[in-house]
Design a protein around this ligand. Structure first.
Ligand SMILES: O=C(O)CCC(=O)C(=O)O
Ligand SMILES: [Fe+2]
Length: 218
């Protein structure tokens, strides 16, 4: 099968400069039929609640359901084995040199020893992430979304923020199937996800990829 991820779209991503360097891709995959299948086959089982609503000072608060696929370059073999063949191919592409090189090409002077983390997240009603910049060990983040028919009343939009206030919004990204967002981490890269509404009938579905310095961890 040909590649799923559109590496050309990543390399030519229209990076914005304010309030920090980020880009939104409307079509992240090479083929609309594959995009639809990825949405339909988004994994449902094996997610664990990560709940840190009361955090230590300096740590972000969040409530999400997470499913680790790759950590410090190492695949989580059991979790990968449970994915559909198409999703297994997607993760194989994320781990291959071509995708990494495309993503790193957006970061001036990116070190070549960066480590990869890949995680799936489901946000049920009330799930959220408070505004944060991501930890300094993160270099670049790529977030893919998989929802169909997401309504703004359900909240849960990704917010590009001008600072630590969730209402100080520079841009909003709907978690729509095929859309992805690339963010270059800096001390200004504030972002957050307001709580998904109590009456939201579907989980918000995210695939998160980080390239980070090899000695860092979440
Ligand atoms: O799910 C999202 O849209 C954002 C996730 C995020 O910012 C994070 O996990 O650090
Ligand atoms: Fe983040």
């Amino acid at each position: 099968m040909s590649s799923i991820i559109d590496e050309h779209a990543i390399r030519s991503a229209p990076l914005r400069r304010t309030p920090y360097r980020y880009a939104v891709l409307a079509d992240s995959f090479t083929d609309p039929a594959l995009t639809r299948r990825l949405g339909a086959e988004f994994p449902r089982e094996g997610f664990a609640l990560s709940d840190r609503e009361r955090a230590e000072p300096g740590q972000k608060r969040y409530r999400t359901f997470d499913h680790q696929l790759v950590r410090h370059d190492r695949p989580h073999t059991a979790n990968l084995a449970a994915l559909s063949p198409l999703w297994q191919q997607l993760v194989a592409e994320l781990r291959a040199p071509g995708y990494r090189a495309a993503l790193a090409s957006l970061v001036p002077q990116a070190p070549d020893d960066l480590a990869l983390e890949v995680r799936l997240t489901r946000y049920g009603p009330g799930c959220w992430i408070e505004p944060h910049t991501d930890r300094p060990d993160k270099v670049v983040t790529h977030l893919f979304y998989f929802n169909t028919g997401w309504q703004s009343a359900w909240q849960g939009d990704f917010r590009v923020l001008n600072g630590p206030d969730i209402e100080d919004v520079a841009d909003r990204v709907r978690p729509a199937l095929g859309t992805s967002l690339i963010m270059i981490r800096s001390d200004r890269s504030w972002h957050g996800v307001p709580p998904v509404s109590a009456d939201c009938p579907q989980d918000r579905l995210t695939l998160l990829v980080h390239l980070h310095h090899p000695d860092g961890a979440r």
